[in-house]
Design a protein. Structure first.
Length: 441
């Protein structure tokens, strides 16, 4: 078997070198409306999806149905005990395209409370996993176990019109969103709180009830959950979690299977798991610099050391954005409004002041600005949630809002199965040869 592995190593290194040379020489050659380089770089910039719910502009940042995050923090209805938008309102906006009234939001809260009962077998399945299983593994396993409840799958099995697909997808989406906080909280209490669980409080809104089931009663932690679950909900359709949900759903897999696929993508370190990596790096920075509050000069030297070791500064850079992530700024404002003084949050601010210029000076980084992950962990640590492996589960609860709203729209619009064409590197080399031959005539 080792000879097979060695042969593969040899073949892959050879082809990798050929591709690198080819892109250097012909990367800008057009293949229709896009270039050869784009098909080797994750299709960046290639428009190939329709996502009605949000759009990410490299300069303006994310807009949900045309509204920026600062606008939504002003316009969306809020809880009586808080100043942050209710995620129920954002879901209404993503689904309907209009700013909801307080009554609209109240109705969604009541509807999700009514739908929120999680079957016992879901918890039984999670309990079969070892305690040291990653929280995302436990969370996605719970969602897969809930697939037995899919009304879309049952309706499709008995035979329904294509025009009805969206109605059953809607029911599944609403049930899922109602239940994911309960499953997520169960994973948290099972893994970190000695398996002692907290029953839901149906007097609370969706985000506040999630905070309650996690075991956090601080009114400002509830406010943080409202903000966090709102700003992480959607980021147009090309990111891994949204695209994976859309792709699997395009095969008419039900919303449970589709959401699980999206969350498995979210669990990758280049996507949602990055928030875990950021706080780990900050803890390491703090420890290496003596454990107290470092100076900006010390942080700058630590960043340079990180880069010199061939590592990245987690939380900085973005595939699309070319400015500071508005979601980072929203969390920065939350810190200033509600917390004001915290060593870890202060370190986040100092990194923000020194990192961009250092990263830009390398000449290798297109976007030296912080993304959403650069701040979220520090806020959670302030309120006592030190279990950074769990942070991506919080992200997943939020992301369910956006990807499921989009999935309902996919079924309503009759979006077909996604099946882009693919080619081999040999095909690309032959194409280049033909183009060069044509040019030489």
């Amino acid at each position: 078997m080792e000879s097979l592995k060695n042969k593969f190593r040899e073949k892959s290194m050879q082809l990798s070198a050929e591709i690198k040379d080819m892109l250097a020489k012909h990367g800008n050659m057009k293949l229709g409306e896009y270039t050869i380089e784009q098909i080797y770089s994750g299709m960046k910039g290639v428009i190939g999806l329709i996502t009605e719910t949000s759009k990410l502009d490299p300069i303006e940042g994310i807009r949900f149905r045309g509204y920026s995050i600062p606008e939504l923090r002003q316009l969306l209805p809020k809880a009586k005990d808080g100043n942050e938008p209710l995620p129920e309102g954002l879901f209404y906006l993503l689904l309907i395209g209009e700013i909801p009234t307080e009554e609209d939001v109240k109705n969604i809260t009541i509807d999700w409370q009514r739908r929120s009962n999680v079957p016992k077998h879901v918890f039984d399945v999670i309990d079969e996993l070892p305690l040291d299983a990653h929280p995302m593994t436990q969370f996605v396993t719970g969602i897969m176990a809930m697939q037995t409840e899919s009304v879309f799958a049952k309706a499709y099995a008995r035979g329904i019109s294509k025009k009805e697909y969206w109605e059953y997808a809607y029911e599944d989406a609403m049930n899922l969103i109602a239940r994911v906080p309960r499953v997520a909280a169960y994973v948290y209490r099972r893994k970190y709180k000695n398996n002692v669980h907290i029953e839901p409080d149906y007097n609370l809104d969706w985000a506040a009830n999630f905070a309650h089931m996690l075991g956090y009663s601080d009114v400002n932690f509830k406010n943080l959950m409202r903000l966090y679950l709102t700003i992480h909900a959607d980021h147009e359709g090309g990111n891994v979690s949204a695209h994976a949900t859309h792709l699997v759903g395009s095969a008419l897999s039900d919303p449970y299977l589709s959401l699980a696929a999206g969350l498995n993508g979210l669990a990758g370190p280049l996507h949602g798991l990055a928030n875990q990596e950021v706080i780990k790096w900050i803890f390491q920075l703090k420890e290496n610099l003596g454990g107290g509050l470092p100076t900006k000069e010390q942080i700058a030297e630590y960043i340079k050391k990180t880069l010199a070791e061939g590592k990245v500064v987690p939380g900085y850079g973005h595939a699309v954005l070319r400015k500071t992530d508005p979601r980072f700024i929203a969390q920065q404002e939350f810190y200033r409004n509600y917390i004001k003084k915290d060593d870890v949050c202060e370190i986040v601010q100092m990194i923000y002041e020194v990192a961009p210029s250092i990263l830009e000076a390398t000449g290798k980084i297109k976007n030296p600005w912080p993304n959403v992950d650069a701040h979220s962990g520090a806020l959670l640590v302030h309120y006592g949630m030190f279990e950074y492996e769990y942070y991506t589960v919080l992200f997943g609860v939020s992301r369910a809002l956006g990807v499921l709203a989009s999935l309902v729209w996919d079924r309503a619009l009759g979006m077909p199965i996604e099946r882009p064409s693919s080619v081999t590197t040999e095909w690309v080399k032959n194409y280049i040869a033909k183009q060069l031959a044509e040019q030489a005539k």
